[in-house]
Design a protein around this ligand. Structure first.
Ligand code: AMP
Ligand code: MG
Length: 403
């Protein structure tokens, strides 16, 4: 059986190998959050476009503004003022943060280190040339690459696009991901469940996870544990870039997802992974669509999505796959797990004295979503560890949407 790292690696290599060209869309910069950039964005001018003061104070020649020297104040420059006049010798000019340093001045003295009497300013600290302003062009030259294709657009990237006047951006369209839950016991959330039925919460959590990962969910509802219903609904799902199924991948008599997929021509790259929860997870390709068969227990569905579907969606979006952001933490209370599989236990990571401390939460197994709402991470118990004592260092995987 594959380890989760090998399973992930297989998904990454396979998705990259079969990657076609991504359709693009032009979006106003304010609507492009979370998309992957499909174009270069270059600077339209130098940054900063002028010598920009970083302090409120006085623009001076450093050689003149020595301690106890007094200079004549010529006036003031506010942010946004047009500045062309050079600073006269033996003079200074009051300047605000964000304003342009005038020609001739080579430093800005903070107002805190001056004394003012009418139009006379006395300085009480030495200053060196270049202090307290950012030189024109020091952040970027004109025409320089500011954002490269393949970059996922977060708030900082959007701010750069806005800064250089890229008001709309060509982005890769988000991969469309069909979501199909399976199970005779599953009913739509708008219906009242019979005494032995459960509501379809997996389609909702999967839809949320797909959105957060940068995909566009296409909800196909639920298929009964019957070959005909599964075939029809899976075929519909195969029209999208990826299909994520929940349930029906274990060893039970009515777990038919794999055999139906096989009948439709799927090739499987793995059909189990050495993890708990999530062991029966399936990954394959069917008619140009990536197929993820995730176990139906809600926490298994969530964990396997984070481990296996996110890197694939990254690649289908035209971005590099995000690594799993493991953290080290100290274990607060001992844990005992059966070995043989890597466990991902719902856990709470806190920083009571500044250092990370993690505690596994009490839970009733992989159906217990209520426990997961208390969890901000999964505690990773390696396959070869039976007991871990309090105080030991452990590895923690932050929940992708809360930490
Ligand atoms: P399965 O993987 O099909 O054996 O399903 C395992 C368990 O997951 C079932 O017994 C259900 O309790 C639960 N389950 C399956 N599908 C869903 C769903 N769509 N929403 C919530 N829970 C589900
Ligand atoms: Mg089932």
């Amino acid at each position: 059986m594959l380890s989760f790292t090998d399973a992930r690696q297989l998904i990454i290599t396979q998705t990259k190998t079969h990657l076609g060209s991504c359709p693009t869309i032009s979006l106003p910069v304010n609507d492009a959050l979370g998309y992957v950039l499909a174009q270069e964005v270059r600077t339209d001018r130098e940054y900063p476009p002028f010598h920009r003061s970083t302090r409120d104070g006085y623009a001076v020649r450093a050689s003149e503004a020595v301690p106890n020297a007094t200079l004549h104040c010529e006036g003031e420059i506010k942010a946004g003022d047009t500045v062309t006049q050079p600073l006269n010798p033996s003079s200074c000019i009051q300047i605000m943060t964000g304003a342009a340093v005038p020609p001739g001045a080579d430093a800005v003295v903070m107002i805190e280190f001056t004394r003012r009497d009418g139009d006379k300013v006395t300085f009480n600290r030495p200053i060196s040339p270049g202090q307290n302003f950012v030189r024109q062009g020091s952040e970027a030259r004109s025409g320089e690459l500011a954002l490269a294709p393949g970059l996922r657009l977060g708030y900082a990237e959007l701010a750069v696009a806005a800064q250089v006047g890229a008001a709309s951006l060509y982005c890769n369209k988000k991969p469309r991901v069909a979501v199909l839950s399976t199970g005779d016991e599953v009913v739509p959330i708008t219906e009242s469940p019979g005494p032995f039925h459960i509501r379809n919460s997996n389609s909702i959590s999967l839809s949320a996870q797909i959105r957060l990962a940068g995909g566009e969910p296409v909800l196909l509802g639920n298929a009964l544990d019957r070959v005909d219903d599964l075939s029809t609904k899976i075929e519909r799902g195969l029209q999208e870039d990826a299909l994520v199924l929940s349930g029906g991948v274990s060893m039970g008599k009515y777990d038919l997802v794999e055999s139906v997929l096989k009948g439709l021509g799927a090739e499987f790259l793995f059909d189990s992974v050495a993890i708990r929860p999530g062991k029966p997870a399936v990954f394959g390709r069917c008619r140009n669509t990536w197929v993820f068969g995730l176990p139906g227990n809600p926490v298994s569905t969530m964990v396997t999505f984070q481990l296996f579907v996110i890197p694939s969606l990254d690649i289908l979006s035209g971005a590099a796959p995000r690594p799993l952001p493991f953290l080290d933490a100290t274990l607060a209370e001992p844990i005992k797990e059966k070995s043989g599989l890597t466990h991902f236990l719902p856990a709470r990571l806190e920083w009571p004295e500044g250092a990370p401390l993690v505690r596994a939460l009490r839970w009733q197994g992989s159906g217990d979503i209520a426990a997961l709402t208390q969890a901000n991470c999964f505690l990773v118990v390696p396959a070869d560890r039976q007991d871990i004592t309090a105080g030991e260092k452990v590895s923690v995987l932050p929940r992708s949407d809360v930490l």
